[in-house]
Design a binder for this molecule. Structure first.
Ligand SMILES: Nc1ncnc2c1ncn2[C@@H]1O[C@H](COP(=O)(O)OP(=O)(O)OP(=O)(O)O)[C@@H](O)[C@H]1O
Length: 318
């Protein structure tokens, strides 16, 4: 038997039913993203939220989590609110969605007042054109934005809340962020709106904590395999190497002109290794929380567009 459809005001139930059909969802995937089939648990997650269920989705990095809320945004009326901790990644997703003709926006401190004003005008208009609105957890916690959300919800315009990096809400997680704790009020604030919690890192204790903290109601729990046959692992012991930096440079040179990320524990190591590699003729840049935000954004953009080959980063890179 089909589950009840999402009670989004303004959406007729026939629209909702149609939105859940696999063939229609694949058509959207093909039309907007050029892919012919869903990967792993994507379709299950999409159908779960489109049928009004909460969903906890554990997928490896690069597994395609964002499709689990991007397709619902195209399949149903209302706005999908995407909560994400990294402004650079929000910017990147929004510009990629816009290039596909999908109406997406983000709100952050990095934007000009004029741009923010335009987005707010659209949201307040009663008939917003935006389909995906990316925000930080900090913004969601502000009284101004919270009031705006309640208003949108009262008009039946919030279709789904997607919480990226959902493990950050758990104090048991290595990545706990106090700003995520405030998201626990969303369930009360937006009754009837499905919540999709997405993460690539959730041990059972964290998973239980995420589900409880967000008050997910009888969620569909989806876990994809973390075995990625296209990834090759090799361990080299530092103590056995004569010179670690030279070894890394040689490895990069022998691999051709491939894009790479090198993770380091300390910011100073990122700076030193990036300048060593640059001196070796390998275009590299450091990325860590000690750098100004505009520099971090330009490093990310240059790396994504292959202007630089190697980013030497701390976990601030995400
Ligand atoms: N069904 C699909 N078929 C082919 N490629 C896909 C499919 N779904 C997503 N992808 C591609 O997989 C890549 C990774 O997707 P995405 O960025 O959503 O992963 P993610 O799980 O959010 O990763 P991260 O944990 O790094 O945020 C993207 O290039 C995306 O276009």
């Amino acid at each position: 038997m089909k589950k009840p459809l999402v009670p989004v005001k303004g959406a007729s139930s026939s629209q909702g039913k149609k939105a859940c059909e696999k063939d229609d969802l694949v058509k959207l995937l093909e039309k907007y993203f050029g892919y012919s089939e869903f990967r792993g648990k994507q379709l299950d997650a999409i159908q779960a939220v489109l049928s009004g269920r909460d969903c906890f989705c554990l997928m490896p990095t690069g597994g395609g989590k964002s499709m689990c809320y991007q397709i619902p945004a195209l399949a149903k009326p209302g706005i999908v609110l995407v909560i994400s901790p990294l402004i650079a990644l929000m910017e990147n997703q929004v510009s990629s969605l816009k290039s596909k003709g999908i109406r997406a926006e983000f709100l952050s401190s990095t934007q000009t007042a004029r741009i923010k004003e335009k987005i707010h005008e659209d949201i307040d208009s009663g008939k917003p054109s935006v389909k995906l609105l990316y925000v930080t957890p900090e913004l969601v916690a502000t009284s101004g934005f919270s009031a705006k959300l309640t208003k949108l919800h009262n008009r039946g315009l919030v279709g789904l809340v997607a919480i990226d990096e959902a493990h950050c809400i758990s104090t048991w997680s290595h990545d706990f962020r106090p700003s995520y704790r405030k998201l626990s009020s969303l369930r009360r604030q937006l009754p009837g709106v499905p919540i999709l919690a997405l993460t690539a890192t959730a041990v059972p204790k964290v998973q239980t904590d995420v589900i409880a903290s967000l008050s997910l109601h009888n969620p569909v729990v989806l876990k994809s395999s973390f075995n990625r046959p296209n990834i090759f692992y090799e361990v080299r012991y530092k103590d056995l190497l004569q010179d670690t930096y030279s070894d890394i440079a040689n490895l990069l040179k022998s691999s051709g002109n491939v894009c790479s990320i090198i993770y380091c524990l300390e910011r100073s190591t990122c700076d030193n290794l990036a300048s060593f590699l640059s001196n070796q003729g390998i275009s590299s840049a450091a990325y860590h929380a000690g750098l100004k935000s505009n520099l971090r954004t330009s490093v990310l953009e240059d790396w994504l567009s292959c202007k630089i080959q190697v980013v030497v980063a701390t976990v601030a890179f995400g």
